[in-house]
Write a protein that binds this ligand. Structure first.
Ligand code: UD2
Ligand code: MN
Length: 556
């Protein structure tokens, strides 16, 4: 009996020690960049500052070394695909500039291999959120042109490793006519991956449309070809789109350093914005919205999305006209999509509980057949002409080189806009992006119209009505007016009445905001002289046609 009691006591002590050892292993401090960070899916919980390390590689710890653990799960992940051979076939040659081909440090990317652990950069409260168990699956669409093998494979593998398998219907790669057609063939060996190769260079816009058209899931997820998705990145986005199919949602886009490939958390207080030249920028959430945000896991409304990483309902994507397929290579499609989504009944948001890393580069590593500048102008001109109404004049003022450049026919897109019954750009300005300042605050319009004719100056002081010429900033200076209350200006000269009686002549004078004869204000569609109460008009019997007198000259 004594022997049995001793044996039980020894076993109990051994069991307690074993448990302590296991817990100690589990809570060992984890580092973010070294791969020796996680031993299993549950390892690493607790981490630093409430953030855990996302399992990348499945590993065991032995003698302080990190030894990759080859498990069947991992084998299944890539099927018969030989990742070692794939990566080894294209390595940087000694002496080659590691930045030359991809505009990022290829040597560092290759060194990381096909997967790695990255830090979970979400707010700690994100980890305790619950999502529907019956979320619909998605087709992931990745277009690439001459992408490095290591970045592209890490993108694909991170998706397979960090998404619930049931949510990934398929990964559709579109090889946009890369020099080496082998990448596409080889990657197709990975389970769930399909690769379509373009027969000629199409650019990312037409490539994505091609990918979306063959997608079999009801939800589309777009990714760039040099991303690494983070823990639970997909569920929050699919959840929001499932709840309301008109939402188009983006993750917070973390930064993967183009030099050392460190994974860096991006600020959670940013949204997408732009200036009048249609240059995208990240900007702070307006202070009132920031104050109203009590829950850091809440979605952030954004006027525009960066463009590369978003989730959208497939029927909604098709209903809204996919993309403008007359846009080439790169650029501008994010504005066109963003304006269209907002103005035609949808919304755009950034979800802080979804994080995806992306290698931001300083230059394009690929060529533009028509040149970089002309392509950007063509694409943004198309967006401005179709969606920005009278506000497009600010685009042309900010980007004068766009004037007169070819942009093709926009008839189809205008028909689409009419068919979808989309709201005017003014609505977008007032409701979605009121923070975007209009140049010259009160500048309401740039043309003064009566009937089909436009008011113009002739010489120094004569005024008359003539056929309207040009649009936006292409309009001749003589027909361009700025309404900066109380003045109606043309450069340094302003509209003034000569007497305070009906039918008195209207002329141009040096501007002086204190001069009562120069003070006007909008009255409905007309312009009213503040002191006399008379309206600007060319058609009273009192004056000849080119001598403007009182009543109704519309500003358009
Ligand atoms: C950003 C977007 C990008 C796109 C672009 C504006 C993010 C993270 N990225 O630029 O998705 O919206 O703004 O157009 O928001 N590609 C092709 N064919 C080409 C050129 C590019 O397939 O002819 C691929 C490329 O391999 C990459 C993707 O398109 O996967 C985006 O190109 P990028 O990474 O050069 O664009 P980026 O991140 O500077
Ligand atoms: Mn990119």
């Amino acid at each position: 009996r004594r022997i049995r009691a001793n044996a039980i006591a020894i076993l109990t002590v051994a069991w307690i020690l074993g448990t302590f050892y296991y817990l100690w292993q589990d809570n060992k401090p984890q580092t973010s960049s070294s791969p020796s960070s996680s031993a299993s899916q549950t390892r690493g919980r607790g981490g630093h500052g409430g953030q855990k390390v996302v399992p990348g590689r499945l590993e065991i710890h032995r003698d302080d070394r990190t030894i990759p653990l080859i498990v069947s799960e991992r084998g299944c992940l890539l099927g018969g695909f030989d990742e070692k051979a794939y990566l080894a076939a294209k390595q940087l040659k000694p002496g080659d500039d590691p930045y030359r081909e991809h505009a990022f440090n290829l040597q560092e990317s290759d060194r990381l291999g096909s997967e790695r652990a990255i830090r979970d950069t979400r707010h700690y409260r994100c980890a305790s959120l619950n999502y529907d168990t019956d979320l619909p699956s998605t087709s992931i669409i990745i277009t690439f042109h001459n992408e490095a093998r290591s970045t592209l494979l890490r993108t694909i593998k991170s998706v397979l490793m960090r998404s619930p398998p049931s949510l990934i219907q398929e990964i559709i790669l579109i090889d946009d006519f890369s020099s080496d057609s082998e990448d596409c063939q080889l990657l197709s060996q990975i389970p769930k991956v399909r690769c379509l190769r373009n027969g000629r260079r199409e650019g990312l816009i037409r490539s994505r449309v091609r990918g979306a058209s063959t997608a079999s899931a009801s939800i589309l997820t777009f990714l760039d070809s040099h991303c690494e998705v983070n823990a639970d990145w997909l569920q929050p986005m699919i959840q929001r789109v499932k709840e309301d199919h008109t939402r188009v949602v983006s993750p917070i886009i973390d930064v993967i350093s183009l030099d050392n490939f460190a994974y860096l958390a991006a600020s959670a207080d940013l949204r997408g914005g732009f200036d009048w030249s249609l240059h995208f920028k990240w900007e702070q959430i307006p202070i009132e919205q920031k104050m109203a945000r009590s829950d850091p896991t809440q979605a952030i409304r954004t006027p525009v999305i960066a463009g590369g990483i978003f989730v959208m309902d497939k029927s909604w994507f098709n209903h809204l006209g996919q993309y403008d397929t007359h846009m080439d290579i790169w650029g501008g499609e994010n504005f066109e999509l963003s304006f269209r989504v907002w103005m035609c009944g949808g919304s755009l948001e950034i979800l802080p509980c979804s994080r995806v890393g992306h290698v931001f580069r300083k230059r394009h590593p690929y060529d533009f057949p028509e040149g970089n500048a002309l392509t950007y102008i063509k694409n943004t001109r198309r967006a401005a002409e179709v969606w920005m109404d009278e506000y497009k004049q600010y685009y042309y003022s900010a980007r004068p080189s766009a004037q007169g450049k070819a942009f093709g026919s926009i008839a189809d897109r205008l028909t689409l806009r009419r068919k979808l019954n989309c709201k005017p750009f003014r609505w977008y300005m007032e409701n979605v992006y009121p923070e975007l300042r209009v140049p010259e605050q009160e500048a309401v319009s740039s043309v003064l119209r009566q009937g089909g004719l436009c008011l113009e100056t002739r010489g120094t002081d004569t005024l008359g009505l003539a056929e309207c010429r040009g649009i936006g900033a292409i309009r001749p200076q003589s027909q361009r007016w700025e309404l900066i209350e109380p003045l109606i200006r043309q450069q340094d000269f302003c509209l003034a009445i000569s007497a305070f009686t009906a039918g008195s002549k209207v002329k141009m004078e040096s501007c002086n905001a204190k001069e009562p004869r120069q003070k006007w204000k909008p009255k409905g569609p007309a312009l009213q002289h503040m002191v006399s109460g008379l309206c600007l008009d060319s058609q009273t019997p009192m004056g000849p046609l080119d001598c403007l007198s009182a009543c109704i000259l519309q500003s358009v």
